[in-house]
Design a protein around this ligand. Structure first.
Ligand SMILES: [Zn+2]
Length: 311
């Protein structure tokens, strides 16, 4: 038996039309150049249309007129079309319209001939992402779990995420996601020799006020980390890190977990986690920790991330 707790909508979409114009020629992209040398930092919101915390943080940065003292700050709202489709009777549907905007950042897809609202928007945003030295992509989770970072396993990313220190949980990806190219692995951000930091922050559950509050803090800490604004150094917190071992995709409509899960459950090596038609998904290591289990399996989309704790 699965239980579906009643959703509380502490965060709901607000009208973003006042933010459409921007100043870059690209809708919903705002850029502030200090006129002094320094890094170019991009804070991006709404890669997924129903992940409102990023919208809270991006509007906060714009409404409170956060301006860089060095370098350049860009603030963007990515999938506003999906965001505007939000329907509280189907609150998870506005994640995307057609494509997952966080899986289509390969040159092959961006240069290809496929078309969708997300591919069009990714092509429009491509120079925005490529122009940035450092990228923070703000996300949230469907389940009520603790916030965490997600990033490719490069020293530069780990250093920044550990220095910022909140979220205090990290999912690092030695081999990428395995299910497409996320924004934070676009172009040079996938290059081991590049200098640019690119992090996802999963700030809590989509519709929680606290997720928006955390997203504001993470965004300000990220901007301050690169010296664009002054801010008190982040508090030291104990950190927990997990390495992504495998991304499991939903193969059949029969996919189901063997027990109710929301994320951060652990399994012994070999223990059954889920069944998918005739396939069994078993823990590949001791203390296997699952992250972002799907709440409603859809064939062809991610089912669950299998990770192992990094000692
Ligand atoms: Zn997301």
């Amino acid at each position: 038996m699965t239980t579906t707790p009643t959703l509380e909508f502490e965060l709901l979409p607000r009208d973003l039309s006042a933010y459409r114009q921007g100043n870059t020629g690209i809708p919903y992209v705002h850029r502030f150049d200090s006129g002094r040398p320094g890094p170019h930092v991009l804070v991006n919101a709404l890669t997924h249309g129903n992940e409102f915390c990023g919208m809270v943080a991006a509007t906060h940065l714009l409404d409170t007129a956060v301006r860089p003292k060095i370098g350049t700050l860009t603030v963007s709202f990515a999938n506003v079309a999906a965001y505007e489709s939000f329907d509280r009777s189907k609150p998870f549907d506005s994640r995307q319209l057609v494509h997952n905007l966080n899986r289509i950042w390969s040159a092959a897809q961006l240069d290809g001939s496929d078309d969708s609202p997300e591919l069009r928007r990714a092509r429009e945003l491509r120079p925005v992402v490529a122009a940035a030295d450092h990228v923070l992509d703000l996300h949230s989770t469907s389940q009520e779990v603790q916030p965490f970072w997600v990033y490719p396993q490069f020293e530069r990313n780990a250093k920044a995420a550990l220095a910022i220190g909140r979220p205090s949980v990290h999912m690092v990806m030695p081999q990428g996601l395995g299910s497409g190219t996320p924004l934070i692995q676009h172009g040079l951000f996938a290059d081991a020799g590049h200098h640019g930091v690119a992090l996802v922050a999963e700030c809590g559950q989509h519709f929680r006020r606290a997720s928006g509050e955390l997203a504001i803090e993470v965004a300000l800490d990220f901007i301050a980390h690169f010296g664009l604004i002054d801010r008190a150094a982040p508090q030291q917190r104990e950190q927990r890190r997990f390495e992504l071992m495998k991304t499991c995709m939903v193969q059949t409509p029969e996919f189901r977990f063997v027990r109710p899960v929301i994320g951060f459950e652990t399994f012994d090596e070999g223990e059954l986690i889920a069944v998918d038609g005739s396939d069994e998904i078993r823990a590949p290591c001791a203390n296997c920790t699952i992250l972002m289990p799907t709440r409603a399996p859809i064939v062809g989309r991610e089912a669950v991330y299998l990770t192992k704790p990094i000692a």
